[in-house]
Design a protein around this ligand. Structure first.
Ligand SMILES: [Zn+2]
Length: 285
């Protein structure tokens, strides 16, 4: 550990051992797909913390929690652990998840839901105990929204507008609408604008396999700036990468290159997330 401090936060990373396509993205992005590799990339960009969103492909709830908890410990608290559950597995599975989250040795810093990858949307009644748990434990709920990285995902479950109803019903729970709902970025921005308790993250907006990659980055930067302006409050926008889908250098570069004042960009790159997660001003790297 050096004496350098990192004030930035990446609110959306997947340094998991349970990944279907992570290695393919890592190879394309020329990155080392291990927690240590991620930490080195974070160090190079002043990122003190990353939020490790619990893998959906772990063999069991307990395996997923063991993965995020081990990485949290090995990273000395820099990679923050979260939980996940698929409500279509039934009420007993949801109850089991809440119990495991409560008893987990390493305190969870959030919950991640994967609508679209699993056939449910956020208004599903089976999720009510999850929102209640998040309210009691004062942790944000990350919600996958928009395009799925796999063709067998179902897009009708991923429309940002669906989160509006949940945000209204659960006013004391804070939600992170992932990927600015891409491609429905304007719809996502409206849900964030309207609801004080909804934030959005900039993760997963770049596809390293896309044709004309440099032009795609420019196009996305323009769309992201429009979304930030539509949100109308830079404090609701959080930098995320979706590592290893994006490298840290590319994901930070997307935000760094926005035509916005520097202080606004630093809020997106860290200040807003530190506030949301109750983190100190900086972490030793
Ligand atoms: Zn992700």
């Amino acid at each position: 550990m050096s004496t350098e401090l990192g004030a930035r936060v990446d609110v959306h990373v997947h340094p998991t051992r349970y990944s279907r396509h992570g290695a393919t993205f890592a190879e394309k992005n020329r990155i080392e797909f291990t927690p240590a590799g991620l930490l080195r990339e974070m160090d190079a960009h002043g990122i003190g913390w990353g939020v490790f969103l619990c893998p959906r492909l772990a063999p069991s709830l307990a395996d997923g929690l063991a993965d995020v908890s081990a990485v949290a410990r090995e990273s000395r608290g820099r990679l923050l652990p979260t939980g996940t559950v698929d409500p279509t597995q039934g009420e007993a599975e949801v109850a089991r998840a809440l119990d495991l989250w409560t008893r987990n040795g390493t305190r969870l810093r959030g919950i991640k839901l994967y609508p679209g990858y699993h056939p449910f949307d956020v208004t599903d009644a089976r999720l009510e105990p999850v929102y209640h748990w998040a309210e009691q434990h004062r942790v944000p709920v990350w919600v996958h929204q928009g395009d799925t990285s796999e063709p067998d995902g179902l897009l009708r479950f991923t429309r940002p507008i669906l989160l509006d109803e949940v945000a209204v019903r659960w006013r004391s729970v804070r939600f992170v609408l992932c990927h600015v709902g891409n491609p429905w970025m304007e719809e996502a921005a409206e849900v964030v604008f309207k609801n004080e308790n909804v934030y959005t993250d900039t993760s997963g907006l770049l596809n390293p396999f896309a044709e004309h990659y440099a032009a795609q980055v420019q196009r996305m930067r323009t769309r992201l700036r429009h979304a930030v302006l539509a949100v109308g409050d830079v404090r609701k926008v959080l930098y995320g990468s979706d590592w290893p889908i994006s490298s840290i250098v590319d994901a930070v570069g997307l935000v760094d290159g926005l035509d916005l004042p520097r202080p606004d960009k630093e809020l997106i790159l860290g200040g807003n997330a530190r506030e949301l997660l109750g983190l100190p001003d900086a972490a030793p790297m």
